[in-house]
Every structure is written in C-alpha cells, then in structure tokens.
Ligand binder design. Sequence first.
Ligand code: SAM
Ligand code: SF4
Length: 340
Amino acid sequence: MSDLVLDKSKTMIDPFGRIVDYLRISVTDRCDFRCTYCMSENMTFLPKKDLLTLEELERLCSVFIDKGVRKLRLTGGEPLVRKNIMQLINALGRKIDEGTLDELTLTTNGSQLQRFAKDLYAAGMRRINVSLDTLDADKFKEITRWGDLNRVLAGIDAALEAGLKVKINAVALKDFNGHELPEMLRWAHSKGMDMTIIETMPMGEIDEDRTDQYLPLSQVRKDLSQEFTLEDIPYKTGGPARYVELKETGGRLGFITPLTHNFCESCNRVRLTCTGTLYLCLGQDDAADLRAPLRASSDNQLTADAIDEAITRKPKGHDFIIDRTHKKPAVSRHMSVTGG
Ligand code: SAM
Ligand code: SF4
C-alpha cells in the first residue's frame, strides 16, 4: 500500500499486522493441460452447479475492492478457458479506469493467448505471467501431458506484440529442466521478459512422487552462478519472489522458495476459488465460504462481515515439507483449485 495515511475502515489487517491488499481469484479449476506436478491425469473437477457466475465473481471482487484490495490476479485452472471470461476481465478493467483498482493481472499457461492478447490489453491489463517449464517440444508434451509448445510460444509473441509485459514462470523439476534453465533465461531475457523459478509445493494427490520432482532453489542458484553473475536487487512486484539481475543478460530472475526459504512474513494476499471459498493461505486448509452470504442478500454487508471474520483467521504461514517421510500432500486440494 502506497498511501501515507491508512484508512482503517478500508484496510484489511490480519492478526500478524499484515495488510491484505491482494486477491487472487481462481476463476475455474479446469484446464486444457494436465501438468504432472499440478494435476493427476484423471481429475475430478468441482461440479459446475457450484460455480459462481461471472456476475457473482465480479460482485465479490467489488466487495474486496471496497475493503482495500488494490491488486487482482486471475488464475486457475486455466483462466482463459472459462466461458466468456472477457466479460469479467472487462468489468474488472473498468475499476482501474475508475481508480479503485491499481492492477489486474493474469497467470496463464499461454495456450489461448493468441486469441485473447489484444483484448486483455484493451481491458487494461498490462502484465501477465506465463507458465513454461521447458523450451523442448517433446519435454513440454511430457510435462503438460496435453500441451503444444508452439502454440504457447506463439501466444507469448502475441502477448508481447499486444504490449503486455510478460514474465515467464518455471517450476524447477529435478532431472527435468535444471540443465535447461540457463538457455531459458537467455531466451526470456532476449525478449525483454523477466523470469521466475518456483519450487514444487506439496498440494494435492498427483500420479508421481513429489520427492522425485523436488529440486531446491538453493541448488538451482548455485548451478546458475557457474554461468551467470547474479546480483541481488531490491526489485519487488508485490509477490513473494526475491530478485537478482543477471549481469550477462541484463535481465531479472526471481526465486520463489516456499520450501527452502519461508516467505510468509510478508504475505499480503488471500485466495478465492471459483465456488466462492476464501482460502487465507495457499498452504493451509482453513477457509471461509463467501458464496452463502453473497447469495443470501443483495446487500453486500453480509459478505463484507464474512470477509472481516475470515481475515482474523489468516494463519502465520504454511507448513510445506517434501521428504520421504511425508507421503501425504500438505493440503489435499490441488494448486488448480486455489490458483498459483
Ligand atoms: N494454468 C495457469 C498456469 O499454469 O499458469 C494458472 C494456474 S497454475 C495452478 C499457476 C502456477 O502454479 C503455474 O505457474 C504452475 O506451474 C504452478 N504450480 C502448479 N502446481 C504446482 C505445485 N505443486 N508446486 C509449485 N507450483 C505449482
Ligand atoms: Fe493447468 Fe496450470 Fe495446472 Fe498446468 S499448472 S495443469 S496449466 S492449472
């Protein structure tokens, strides 16, 4: 929050004194990919009848904005496969014009970007994150099960052409993409894109053993230091990444390290699912149902009260552990339910 004077009636502050001004919304838990670290091949999705309509999602976002949220990120599942999603994006974009919202962003797998890039920019979006774990077409197919690399690369180009700033997010996966990260960094930086590397998090049952996938970023950083000069920089995007600049490329690299370095002390966010469940932490099960109060009254007071109550329960942090003695995921829901 940049305002010098805090309006307490319009500010959400959790029990640990953290200001919550960032809402991530998973607009669908469905996806046109099946990334092996995110989903099992045969997924059971939330029943369609339980979904909030786009109008209800917009209304909920408005209540959060009234309560002090300044930044929204749409995620999923794959947000761009939700039917008529531009209706919601256009409505939220208007809040930037009105001055009630600072930023609207998106995390996407890039598969639909050729179709949507121009519309996203026109709606007021300026930055997006595209998830991409490899530049090798066969490996891309292997990790996403259903994805087509060329289509995603064309989508990234369409986004850049439309004027969107693109950040590439890659999950570090042992014996899969560690050796490829220098090449990906050179590629991203040559196109003016920042890149962020993420540790795998133990969320939801998948078909593989997470211990086999886990590659600590302390190791990644060590390896990258053999090829690049990494300079710590204070750059921040409102997210949990710690950034370095690569002297050789002049580009930025962020590390998101939920396991090797807990980032919860500066957490400013809460997460809403497409059925109106509010999760106070990505790595904890405690949640609040906002769908019932939203539907119980056309007035927003009930929902605002439910949000206030939920914020008093925001936990200090997550308890992610990946090792051979912890066979169960830290939380049973998949990342695609709460969004990344
Ligand atoms: N489908 C969109 C995408 O892939 O960008 C948005 C949703 S996806 C769940 C958001 C991010 O979460 C992606 O960058 C993905 O790589 C990451 N992700 C998914 N499961 C993860 C896990 N278990 N650990 C770490 N990151 C994960
Ligand atoms: Fe879909 Fe994104 Fe999960 Fe991959 S990471 S399966 S693209 S939601």
